[in-house]
Write a protein that binds this ligand. Structure first.
Ligand code: GLA
Length: 370
């Protein structure tokens, strides 16, 4: 990063380096914006930033992987339609300023190896690495939960994507080799080591997530509609987090079928995450894997955010000996699956899944190990 900085800005004196990782979600999908539970794990793939403070209000940024420059003025921040990537560092500068922090200008270089558009949260990694950088250069005391919420605010209000808190939370608080259980209502979290003898393998469909943001917003609205309808018959329902499977069984008949299915996914997925915590703490990879398959089934049929390619990968994984579980991960409609595989079978798994995916779709899957 120092060498890149030197190339871009001529010298590397007083340079600070920050980073943040991408993530894969093990279980708990489309639950974060319903005040529910999630369990992501950080990847060994990062966004890196090298930076140095300036005396004025200018922020100059070089995106080394694109060979592109952009800049913005801390006193006049505006969405940049030409360099979309700069809206992440600019958005967090805006969100920090909104929280009352005084920022200094900066020269920045960004680079990274989190794949972009694959559903592995390169944007949250860029946000968190940028917040850490502004924090360091401007001498801010930022608590890691505040870092996560600042990133989310940038994403929601500056970039304009209505995501939940999961991605920024794990980018800020995740630790390598441990799943991060997060209660997205209380912000309580717990790091749980991955089971020994099992490996997390990410398989990328290489299909870009089409229509993902409009469908994502539509699912959010359907969940809110469910909350509104259920709260007519129940007290104290602020989010689907407050509804149990028994409540839904009792009251579900009054809901339109589509809303019922959306609610059922979220409510059962929350219960699955709590079961997954127990399985992980007991080192029970078999049970964890069953919960992953059940999560996929629910995302495919009730929540309807899977795709043919994601289903092909999960079906293929099921047939490979030594696989504990598999499911789509992230928002859906494309992107990746996450697989829990017996350590001894990893090489075999990778060969077989690629071959099977090629046979069923004609596409080359990309495999990442966590
Ligand atoms: C995206 C969002 C997250 C979460 C997932 C679905 O990754 O950024 O907040 O809602 O989708 O679980």
């Amino acid at each position: 990063m120092r060498a890149l900085f030197r190339e871009a800005f001529g010298s590397d004196g007083d340079v600070t380096v920050t980073k943040a990782s991408g993530r894969v979600n093990l279980i708990g999908e489309h639950t974060d914006y319903n005040d529910g539970y999630v369990m992501p794990v950080p990847l060994d793939m990062h966004v890196w930033i090298a930076g140095r403070g300036r005396e004025d209000d200018l922020v100059r940024v070089y995106a080394a992987d694109y060979g592109e420059w952009a800049e913005f003025d801390l006193k006049a921040m505006e969405y940049d339609l030409e360099h979309l990537w700069v809206n992440y560092p600019q958005g967090v500068a805006w969100a920090l300023a909104e929280r009352g922090h005084q920022l200094l200008g900066a020269d920045l270089v960004i680079s990274g190896d989190v794949p972009i558009g694959a559903g592995l949260s390169s944007s949250a990694a860029l946000e968190v690495a940028s917040i850490r950088m502004f924090g360091e250069l401007s001498g801010l005391q930022l608590d890691p939960v505040e870092v996560a919420y600042t990133g989310k605010r940038a994403e929601n209000e500056f970039v304009g994507v209505q995501s939940g808190i999961m991605d920024q939370f794990v980018a800020s608080l995740g630790a390598p080799g441990s799943a991060l259980f997060i209660d997205c209502r209380t912000d309580e979290y717990k790091r749980i080591p991955l089971p020994s003898g099992a490996r997390v393998i990410v398989v990328d469909t290489t299909v870009k997530r089409e229509l993902a943001s409009s469908a994502y917003n539509e699912r959010r609205a359907q969940c809110e509609e469910g909350v509104r309808m259920l709260s007519e018959d129940m007290d104290d329902v602020r989010a689907l987090r407050d509804v149990s499977s028994e409540d839904l069984e009792r009251l579900g008949a009054s809901l339109p079928d589509l809303i019922l299915r959306r609610c059922r996914h979220v409510i059962e997925e929350n219960a699955r995450v709590l079961d997954a915590v127990k399985a992980l703490e007991a080192g029970d990879a078999e049970r964890f894997g069953e919960l992953m398959y059940a999560s996929h089934e629910s995302l495919r049929t009730d929540y309807e955010v899977s795709s043919d390619e994601l289903d092909a990968l999960v079906d293929a994984a099921r047939e490979i000996p030594g696989t504990f579980g598999a499911r789509m991960t992230g928002a859906g409609f494309g992107g990746c699956t996450v697989n829990l595989v017996n350590e001894e079978n990893v090489a075999f798994f990778i060969d077989r899944i690629k071959e099977s995916y090629m046979r069923s779709t004609g596409l080359n899957a990309i495999v990442y190990r966590v």
